[in-house]
Design a protein around this ligand. Structure first.
Ligand SMILES: *[C@@H]1O[C@H](CO)[C@@H](O)[C@H](O)[C@H]1NC(C)=O
Ligand SMILES: *[C@@H]1O[C@H](CO)[C@@H](O)[C@H](O)[C@H]1NC(C)=O
Length: 562
């Protein structure tokens, strides 16, 4: 099967190249995000926190003429929101990476030395694993990296297909004092995270058993990620931490579906394998556009941060006109829900520093057929937090269990105009004045025997009149006890062509890309709506304009001693 990451690279580089010289196009201006990290291109390699700075490495072709010549670009930040671009960190200059410096990860070794492991496409176009060290540890920005001549560390042998062998994880140190990494692969048609061990970080040996593998799909597992989470509390842990007080998360990116899935379980150090709590229960980080995520431990703020790549949904020619393709989500803090059955995700607190002009609504009643415009915020660049309360759950429509499987399908069949007892209610985002274009983010409540089911939807089908846009419907059931909690919260980050939704305090996330046509010459509106038969209360709504993040800081403006 064609490797998706490489496929994406082809597109992105192509667009970039053609995009030069059209930077000022109208489409570029109206759809370009203001507070999302928008590299000239694509996905995460190895974000890390080191010595007072957040480092972000990403794939880049400086010549951008055709696909190929893949480098690692490098930006640094003190707050994960405003960034200073630095010189390229890694270039394809050696026999072991001459056809591309692909994805990888950073690890901080004892003695506070960062090191990079990455996949190179060698002179025979085989995927191999390489190492790189900072050239000058006295440089706080770690501008230059050295690739030793003893690369590659690992090549594809035996049952490993050299075209499906990539994306080493951040390493963790196990109880026997040896390092471990996982590498994505496809072995006997099973997605696999191969496990390797090393005492010195240079000589690596493959373990007999993979860290984890499954026949969930016959596509390879890209960008595997493996890390501990505390059973209680929001604090993050170093990747090597392990005890009775933690669970482990194993995540992979499924190239066939372009989605990121994880399982919760235990790391069995004796067998050196990941043991899922329930081996059939893959969870999804984000039910919309979200791929190739990576997490890292932020030792400054003691939290684990998740960051992912969001592709476009418009056409080739639109990307050409815009001059760019692909953004990053706002970085998210992740921790284990007290149910221990799922992770919770929330935008990093630093994004709140961009909030301006707060508006505040109290105790609003959304009667049946209500449409309420939220005025006073810049609706194309906003942060919205809203709680919904249901005065009664009596009229919730009965749930048909045969429809339980596919939430997105249910959302597409019962869209925001289809009335039920309770719901749909929610937000209409990036809406034109006449409502012809709008993205509905909404909830609908069902009664399932003794429990209520909360369906969360993001419907892009009316988001744009432009026919060439890919307009998906995304959906997910919120894992919550509505009877007990009594309210449903929604946080929505709106940034021109991206909408990031966090339902139920971060239990379910949906990220969408939209490209309304009216953007080209009209202003944007934001509404609350209720199309259910019963009233819905909004005890609280807060919304803010969001300032533009600075992505082009000078390194000297970061306030770090050089
Ligand atoms: C290493 O970095 C420090 C701090 O930026 C700088 O003063 C020094 O000249 C660098 N050394 C080399 C060999 O580049
Ligand atoms: C934009 O404005 C032009 C006229 O200036 C009009 O013809 C066109 O219909 C408008 N497009 C939208 C989507 O409102």
């Amino acid at each position: 099967m064609e490797s998706c990451c490489r496929y994406c690279l082809v597109w992105v580089f192509f667009f970039l190249f053609l995009g030069y010289g059209v930077e000022s196009s109208l489409a570029n201006k109206v759809y370009r995000t203001a507070y999302h990290f928008q590299p000239p291109k694509n996905w995460i390699n190895g974000p890390m926190y080191y010595n007072g700075l957040y480092h972000f490495f990403y794939q880049y072709n400086p010549n951008a003429a055709v696909w190929g010549n893949i480098h690692w670009a490098h930006s640094v930040s003190v707050d994960l929101i405003n960034w200073a671009p630095l010189d390229l960190a890694l270039a394809p200059t050696a026999q072991f990476d001459i056809n591309g410096v692909f994805s990888g990860s950073a690890t901080i070794l004892p003695g506070d030395t960062p090191v990079i492991l990455y996949t190179g496409a060698d002179s025979n176009d085989q995927q191999v694993q390489n190492i790189a060290f900072p050239a000058n540890l006295s440089d706080p920005f770690l501008r230059q990296w050295t690739k030793p001549d003893f690369n590659p560390l690992l090549v594809a042998v035996n049952d490993i297909d050299s075209a499906e062998f990539r994306d080493p994880t951040t390493a963790w140190l196990a109880e026997d004092g040896r390092w471990r990494i996982a590498i994505g692969a496809l072995i006997e048609n099973r997605g696999t995270a191969l496990l390797y061990r090393s005492a010195d970080f240079v000589h690596w040996e493959r373990a007999d058993s993979p860290l984890h593998s499954s026949s969930i799909s016959s596509s390879m597992w890209e960008c595997p990620d493996f890390f501990p989470v505390l059973l209680k509390g929001r604090e993050g842990l170093d990747t090597s931490a392990d005890s009775e007080e933690v669970k482990h998360v194993f995540k992979m990116s499924l190239s066939a579906e372009n989605s990121d899935h994880y399982m919760l379980g235990k790391y069995d150090q004796a067998k050196d394998i990941f043991v899922p709590d329930d081996c059939r229960r893959w969870l999804t980080y984000d039910h919309g556009k979200f791929y190739a995520s990576k997490s890292f431990f932020d030792s400054k703020k003691k939290r684990r941060i998740l960051w992912a790549w969001v592709t476009e949904c418009d056409s080739e020619s639109d990307d050409v006109a815009k001059g760019w393709a692909g953004i990053q989500t706002v970085p998210r803090t992740i921790w284990l829900d007290s149910s221990e059955k799922q992770l919770l995700q929330w935008p990093v607190e630093e994004v709140e520093s961009l909030r301006r002009n707060e508006i505040h609504l109290h105790d609003l009643e959304l009667k049946p057929a209500a449409l309420y415009e939220i005025k006073g915020v810049k609706a194309s660049q906003a942060d919205v937090e809203v709680d919904f309360e249901l005065p009664s759950l009596e009229r919730a429509q009965p749930f048909d269990p045969s429809r339980a499987v596919d939430a997105a399908k249910l959302c597409s069949q019962e869209d925001a105009s289809v009335q039920s007892g309770i719901g749909p209610f929610g937000l209409l985002v990036l809406a034109s004045e006449n409502m012809e274009e709008q993205t509905a983010v909404y909830f609908r409540i069902y009664k399932d025997k003794h429990k209520f089911k909360v369906l969360m939807c993001s419907d892009q089908r009316r988001s744009s009149l432009r026919p060439e846009i890919d307009k998906q419907v995304y959906g997910v059931f919120l894992d919550m006890d509505l009877g007990k909690e009594g309210k449903i919260s929604l946080r929505t980050l709106i940034d021109h062509s991206v909408i990031e939704n966090f339902g139920g305090e971060g239990r379910a996330c949906i990220t969408a890309r939209v490209y309304p046509e009216f953007f080209l010459n009209a202003s944007t509106h934001l509404f609350l709506f209720n199309n259910g038969l019963d009233s819905v209360m909004v005890p609280r709504l807060k919304a803010w304009d969001m300032a533009k993040a600075r992505l082009n800081l000078k390194d000297k403006d970061l306030g770090v001693e050089n």
